[in-house]
Design a protein around this ligand. Structure first.
Ligand code: URA
Length: 195
């Protein structure tokens, strides 16, 4: 049987060949990277300039902060999986359009299905609202929500934390809760009585 790594490689190839995807031909595919067996998946919004250039998620300024946050909790970056909702850079880093989010959805869904993480940590409001449409980031960050057997854990976007020290403090505090959240995953799930 195909393992997770092979399934992800196949999915990436499918995406590369899908000419119907918005932003095809305008920007590089930034599929995602990390441990295909990861228990925690981090999902951002869309690639920026550096991500497009290197075809890797979170390698610019926001990515450098993300790297520091992983150091803070002693999680090697390679132990998790990192990707975005929209997998090509929107021009001038504009917000992803609803139709772009929709078009990339089936691939993200498959990517999540393959990895099957326990926790999905969303970075920023676009990613949070993908899973939890009516939630507000200021109220919901750092509070896990169970959805279809996984914990959705909303986090501020690291780029927002780079702009405001108060947000950075919140993001650090929320990050520090991740190891315990993962350790307690089964209990949290059982308490919520969700399969
Ligand atoms: N911001 C995102 O949302 N994703 C990246 O990969 C980089 C910056």
């Amino acid at each position: 049987m195909e393992n997770k790594k092979e399934a992800l490689d196949k999915l990436k190839k499918e995406m590369e060949d899908d000419k119907e995807l918005p932003l095809y031909g305008q920007a590089n595919l930034v599929f995602g990277e990390g441990n295909s067996e990861a228990e925690v998946m981090f999902i951002g919004e869309a690639p920026g300039f550096h991500e497009d250039k290197f075809m890797r998620p979170f390698v610019g300024q926001a990515g450098k902060l993300l790297d520091k946050l992983f150091v803070l909790i002693n999680w090697p970056r390679e132990s998790v999986y990192i990707t975005n909702i929209v997998k090509r850079r929107p021009p001038e880093n504009r917000d992803p359009l609803p139709e772009e989010i929709e078009a990339y959805k089936s691939y993200l869904k498959k990517q999540i299905q393959v990895i099957n993480p326990k926790i999905i940590a969303t970075l920023g409001r676009f990613s949070m609202n993908y899973f939890l449409p009516d939630f507000k980031i200021s109220q919901s960050h750092g509070k896990g929500v169970i959805l279809r057997g996984k914990i959705i854990y909303p986090l501020y976007h690291p780029a927002a934390a780079l702009r405001a020290t108060a947000i950075l403090k919140e993001l650090e505090a929320d990050f520090k809760k991740l190891p315990t959240l993962l350790k307690n995953y089964d209990n949290v799930k059982a308490e919520a009585k969700i399969e």
